[in-house]
Write a protein that binds this ligand. Structure first.
Ligand code: NCD
Length: 353
């Protein structure tokens, strides 16, 4: 399967469904590129959650820190981030440092040969020659995927991690969100059967899209999409959920769902994708988590946010024990360590430590 698919052209590949592309992002049966959430199954999700917890434990002692740093010593990563980002960038950089990987960075292409008319594909391919891993954030949906496809045709492919691709996907954020849900519900039956509300700009929020794709791996979950009319979840994803038999409901009334959910996933309005300032005309304050909601939110429910936040969550809420967004940030670093270690087949060494 993997062999056949490797010989196809980009146009044919591009039209395949996520699940059909899965084999293309693996090598010898192991995950090689991290591009889209559809490539992950339940077994993988359970394994990385367990491994992340193990790594966190190992990192608590000096000996453990040295062990982790020795795992990928001498490897080099390129952080190619041409769309604004500081937190995800730093999270990946910290994750690389924990594993002993050296990082180089490209953040601004105005000083590169792209200015001389070189294609972005050629630029990335050139840079790939100097490194063992590419972590990529790009404003264009599908760009990281295209680079992974392109590198697969070369004699020296290196793994590509999608760290955010336009309005489309942000799979590592979704994996850290899964890890946060997993840890929060560890003593409450796990993620299976949980009711999760996604609130705000679901039309352009890539973190929600990637997380929703992952949630099809859990039994009996129920999703609520709480949005203004203008920012509803894309039809493609709703169609996917219908096919996968994942239950979901759409509503514009936030307050009504708060008492019935196990998790609330807040998002900011993604106005950087506006064409003509249309976000300003949307009454977004109805999609803010009001302080009063703390009284009606169930005691074991959690509040999540990928950050950065604006007014969606007032700072007073940070002290509530159900607020998980600062933990998400920390979990993100550990999940990225776990993913990178797994791509380089170091999972076994870690399990045996
Ligand atoms: C998110 C993103 O970039 O999509 N941020 C992040 O990676 N933590 C969410 C956002 O920008 O709203």
């Amino acid at each position: 399967m993997a062999k056949v698919i490797r010989s196809i052209d980009w146009e044919t590949f591009d039209k395949l469904r996520g699940s059909e592309k899965r084999a293309y992002f693996t090598r010898g049966g192991n995950i090689f590129h991290i591009i889209m959430s559809q490539q992950f199954d339940r077994k993988f999700l359970d394994e990385i959650c367990a491994l992340a917890t193990k790594i966190r434990g190992i990192s608590k002692g000096n000996k453990g820190v040295t062990f982790l740093q020795s795992l990928l010593q001498g490897k080099r990563a390129m952080l190619y981030f041409v769309q604004p980002s500081t937190r995800t960038f730093l999270s990946f950089m910290a994750a690389c440092q924990i594993l002993g990987i050296h990082c180089s960075e490209v953040r601004d292409t105005s000083t590169s040969s792209e200015m001389k008319g070189e294609s972005q594909e050629d630029t990335v391919r050139t840079f790939s020659s100097y490194v063992d891993l590419i972590v990529m954030r790009h404003y264009q949906a599908g760009f990281a995927e295209r680079i992974a496809f392109l590198l697969n045709q070369t004699s020296r492919p290196v793994p590509v991690i999608n760290a955010g691709s336009g309005k489309d996907q942000h799979p590592t954020q979704a994996l850290l969100d899964i890890y946060t849900l997993h840890r929060s519900f560890e003593n409450y039956g796990g993620i299976d059967g949980k009711r999760i509300a996604f609130v705000g700009d679901l039309k352009r929020g890539r973190t929600v899209r990637s997380l929703v794709y992952l949630l099809r791996n859990y039994e009996g979950v129920k999703l609520y999409f709480v949005t203004p009319q203008e920012l509803q979840m894309g039809e493609d994803l709703k169609e996917y959920l219908r096919e996968q038999k994942v239950r979901f409901e759409e509503t514009s009334s936030f307050e009504e769902v708060v008492p019935y959910v196990d998790a609330v996933y807040m998002t900011r309005i993604q106005d950087e994708y506006d064409k003509a300032g249309e976000s300003k005309r949307i009454a977004y304050s109805a999609y803010h988590f009001k302080k009063e909601y703390l009284k009606i939110l169930p005691p074991n429910a959690i509040i999540m946010h990928p950050l950065p936040r604006r007014e969606e969550i007032p700072v007073e809420i940070d002290d509530d024990k159900r607020a998980m967004y600062w933990r998400q940030v920390r979990n993100g670093m550990w999940i990225r360590v776990t993913l990178i270690a797994t791509l380089f087949r170091k999972d076994k060494d870690i399990k045996e430590y």
